[in-house]
Ligand binder design. Structure first.
Ligand SMILES: *[C@@H]1O[C@H](CO)[C@@H](O)[C@H](O)[C@H]1NC(C)=O
Ligand SMILES: *[C@@H]1O[C@H](CO)[C@@H](O)[C@H](O)[C@H]1NC(C)=O
Ligand SMILES: *[C@@H]1O[C@H](CO)[C@@H](O)[C@H](O)[C@H]1NC(C)=O
Ligand SMILES: *[C@@H]1O[C@H](CO)[C@@H](O)[C@H](O)[C@H]1NC(C)=O
Ligand SMILES: *[C@@H]1O[C@H](CO)[C@@H](O)[C@H](O)[C@H]1NC(C)=O
Length: 344
């Protein structure tokens, strides 16, 4: 009895120690996962894009976009705590003096350069060598890719898609253009194409603006929409395609990056690429023929059975997206040649 006592006690001790260690380990593990989930990231927007502020009342990312742990602020006093400071290119007109280069930069803070404009609008970026850590752009290879739109798979069983192609009127093709410049590649294609087919033109150029409410139904009556980009650049596919054509329900005739670039970013079989035709006369003949062949025309909408369109239009949603990407992005990165990256 006396001899077994210490054995019994040490048994209890070993058991208690193991329990204690297990408890500590669990605590440590839960602590780190909790920390990972509960630490709020602070995204500080240094200037509002195009000087148009939006409300940041409440927890916008969580409440509006279902992205928790992501606090947006435009209060520059929060600079020392900010995890990411966002600089929108258009507000850097005064150059480096628009940046807080006089403030010490916390070691883990990232500066993000944001531009959704094509190279032609960015200008010379050589003065920003070695200042930014991350980029946000429509480009798929940006740290935070922010396209104008994308397709998302619909989580409904096949055949239950309720997509209905809008009823087509007498309109064969339409185009909305505000900033018309005869130098744009798109203007030359339009001027040539209109010799062969009627094209309804809207927008500020011809002083026929459409309201937000009338845009979609007006375009939707037409079989085709000229989704012509004002600038031809890699991945530069704007709301002209996502909203004006796809959301309106008109088959887009695209002019922009190469066909293979479109195929990487939009549903194949959903668009007509200008460069597939050796002349605008041939393109015009193709459109006229396709409009009369309902079976072939409707095949351009096949993707609608499984996918829908998601467009990004609100700067706050774009900024909240930084948090989704934050943990997968390189911890240490510097754009030593921002101009070379952005303007290639
Ligand atoms: C994160 O922000 C939310 C919303 O402001 C707040 O309720 C929560 O307490 C914050 N969490 C931490 C760990 O600071
Ligand atoms: C900005 O943040 C500072 C520091 O937290 C605070 O004192 C100040 O009231 C804030 N300003 C605004 C306009 O919210
Ligand atoms: C861009 O600006 C730098 C100096 O700021 C100049 O050396 C360079 O030639 C410019 N590049 C172009 C393409 O204008
Ligand atoms: C779904 O569509 C396919 C092909 O059109 C058809 O064969 C099938 O019967 C449909 N299923 C249902 C449940 O309607
Ligand atoms: C961010 O860029 C700055 C400026 O080049 C650099 O000093 C800093 O180390 C970078 N930070 C990270 C976390 O990559």
């Amino acid at each position: 009895m006396a001899a077994s006592m210490p054995l019994f006690l040490s048994g209890i001790m070993i058991f208690s120690i193991s329990l204690y260690l297990l408890h500590k380990r669990l605590q440590a593990e839960m602590g780190t996962t909790h920390q990972h989930q509960l630490r709020n990231l602070t995204i500080l927007l240094w200037h509002w894009p195009f000087s148009r502020p939006y409300s940041l009342e409440g927890d916008v990312c969580s409440n509006e976009y279902g992205i928790p742990g992501c606090l947006l602020s435009d209060n520059t006093s929060l600079y020392p705590q900010a995890d990411v400071v966002v600089f929108h290119h258009h507000e850097l007109r005064t150059g480096r003096s628009a940046l807080p280069l006089h403030l010490p930069r916390p070691a883990s803070q990232r500066w993000l350069w944001l531009s959704l404009e094509p190279p032609v609008n960015n200008g010379n970026l050589t003065q920003y060598k070695g200042l930014f850590n991350w980029t946000m752009s429509y480009r798929a290879d940006a740290d935070v890719p922010m396209p104008y739109g994308k397709t998302v798979e619909v989580l409904v069983p096949p055949n239950s898609s309720s997509y209905v192609i809008p009823k087509k009127g007498a309109c064969l093709a339409s185009w909305v253009v505000s900033n018309y410049s005869p130098d744009h590649a798109r203007s030359q294609v339009y001027q040539s194409l209109r010799k062969y087919i009627p094209i309804e033109v809207y927008g500020r150029w011809l002083k026929r603006p459409l309201t937000d409410q009338s845009l979609i139904p007006t375009i939707g009556r037409c079989n085709f929409y000229l989704a012509f980009e004002n600038s031809v650049a890699i991945d530069y596919i704007t709301e002209k395609l996502w909203r004006n054509a796809y959301q309106a329900g008109a088959v887009p005739v695209v002019l922009g990056p190469s066909r293979s670039n479109y195929e990487a970013l939009v549903p194949s079989g959903s668009f007509i690429h200008v460069s597939d035709f050796s002349s605008t006369e041939r393109l015009a003949a193709f459109l006229q023929q396709l409009a009369t062949d309902r079976g072939r025309y409707e095949a351009y909408f096949k993707w609608r059975q499984t996918h829908e369109i998601k467009t990004y239009t609100d700067w706050r949603e774009r900024l909240c997206n930084i948090c989704i990407n934050y943990h997968r992005l390189p911890a240490k990165k510097v754009y030593y040649d921002l101009d070379g990256w952005a303007n290639r």
